[in-house]
Write a protein that binds this ligand. Sequence first.
Ligand code: GDP
Ligand code: MG
Length: 163
Amino acid sequence: MSNIVAIVGRPNVGKSTLYNRLTESRKAIVDDFSGVTRDRHYGLAEWLNHNFTVIDTGGYVANSDDVFEAAIREQVDIAIEEATVVLFVVDVTTGITDLDDEIASRLRKSKKPVFVVVNKLDNNNQVADAMVFYSLGLGEIFTISSMTGSGTGELLDEVVKHF
Ligand code: GDP
Ligand code: MG
C-alpha cells in the first residue's frame, strides 16, 4: 500500500504550485478523473528513497459560496480518509481567513498527521507573520515558498517519517 500525501486548503494559497514542485519531473500517474475525483490530481513524488503519491485537491466547480465551501469540506474529509499525511496549506500574505479556521477545525478532529504549511514565504522578513498560524491549533508550522522551493526539503524530511 503506497503512502499518500494530500494537499488541502482554500483556493489561491498555492496548493497546485506545491503539487507541481513535489511531483516535478515525475509523470502524473492519473490525471483529471471523471466523476467524484474530477477535481483531484494524483502524481508521484520521491524523497529520501520514499516513493509516494501526492494529491492536489481543488479546482472546485461551484455556483455559489455555499456549494463552494461544501466542496472544500468534502475534499478535506476525503483527504483525511485516504491520506497517510495531510498538508494543510495556508498563505502568509493573507493571514488566517474564516475558511482556514473552518478547515482547521475539521483537521483537528482527524487522527491523521496534519502539517500546517505556511506558503509564500519568499523572503525571511515574513517569518514573524507566519507565527499567527500556530493559533490554528494544529501544532508545528512549516514555512515554505512553493515558488522558490525553499523550506520544502525540511517539510518532506518530517513528512516521510510518517511512512
Ligand atoms: P491553489 O488555488 O491553492 O492551487 O493555488 P495556486 O498554486 O494556483 O497558486 C495561486 C497563486 O499563488 C498563483 O498566482 C501562484 O503563482 C501564487 N503562489 C503560489 N506559491 C507561491 C509562493 O511560494 N510565493 C508567491 N509569492 N506566490 C505563490
Ligand atoms: Mg489549484
